[in-house]
Design a protein around this ligand. Sequence first.
Ligand code: SF4
Length: 470
Amino acid sequence: MEPTALAFKDNARKAIANPDLQDALGRIRSGWQVTRRRAALALDEFEALRDRGRDIKNHTLAHLDLYLEAFEAKVEENGGRVHWARDAAEARTVVRDICKEAGAKTVTKSKSMVTEEIALNPYLEANGLTPVETDLGEWILQVSGQAPSHLVGPVVHLTKPEIAGIMQKELGGPRLETAEEMVGAARRVLRQKYQDADVGITGANFLVAETGTAITVTNEGNAELTHGLPRVHVVIATIEKLVPRMLDAFTLLRLLARSATGQEFTSYTTLVSGPKGKGDLDGPEAFHVVLLDNGRTKMLGTAFQEMLRCIKCGACMNHCPVYLAAGGHSYGWVYPGPMGSVLTPQLLGIEKAHPLPNASTFCGRCEEVCPVRIPLPRLMRLWREEAFRRDLVPPTARRGLRLWGWLAARPALYRRAAGLASGALRLLGGRRGRLRRLPLAGGWTGSRDLPAPEGGTFMAAWKRQQGRRP
Ligand code: SF4
């Protein structure tokens, strides 16, 4: 996927003007936001679990080298093989060679953002292989030539009629109306692909050093058929997916589904530790794990190490007002929302992604809901500072920031200017109390009204309160 992160503003403008997309994104507010809140409230120890999750990931990252080697040793003891890949090119080559060695033609895949990151599908196709996405959402995207727009719900940007249109175009026949009809039709196509596949590729939600296990979670059971039916199973995962013990993985699993969809657990949680053993009725003959770095070790020991705690639950985007208005594709690469605004500049370079850390109101909701307490606003601010240092900020914004800095260093003047501005906005808001157009900053009111300030400034209110204190 060619990155278009630099065009975030244009992408977002188009997204905001797309009524179907706005309709589709609106479902997140009434859906995952509500179910996550309910699930968090229903579990007394949820906040303590978040602390535990953060600590497990911090501990693992502090000793990542040891746990990676322990994981490798365990996988090999179980009869599998570990391949180390420094970057996307190495990972793609490893997967291609495994497929060639297996004499594969068809390759089934379950949903994996890492394979999006390394652009695996086009590479496999260019090498004569046919990759087939088996997650329903991913399959819809594959047949319509689109990219996922969310970590958990890849087709969250599409409405049901749009999906029905895509399926009719792909499968022919009458238009399918209900979700059941659509799932049934996709199932009939995909069942045959599972039978045909020689290699199955999955990601991993967690890798367990103690047992050499790759854990996947799905609600469709497609990852299970992807690893269980073909002769060869390949797991591709980035190195920070590691946890020391099975107990740690289950602590994080308790956080993952609750934070993502509000479920206590996903419908399927599958643990794979190696190839089919003696006496096993099913399972692959060969088991490979590709451990991908692709820029992660560079993050260790820096302020951005905290980002490696991410368990890809998607909660930050489900609660981000910018994501909910602009949609995932506006972010212009694989990882959308607040987590993408921190991770993408790291993986692509800030020069190719500097608008993303600015795609935030800094309301702090992303950090409030992050199950592993990643300080996303603080990390975005660090990227903003870096972009400023490298002269990547447009001259008008630089001048504006300089002016603001000059004013902020003179508190008396700042208070007077803020008071004047607040009064002027109140006046412009009139009896409606809302501004349709903001002079000199039309972007703020381009697609919504701006509420006029209701009272005076915060400083004036604070001063009054201090005056009332005994
Ligand atoms: S940053 Fe936190 S909330 Fe966002 S996807 Fe990662 S773990 Fe989930």
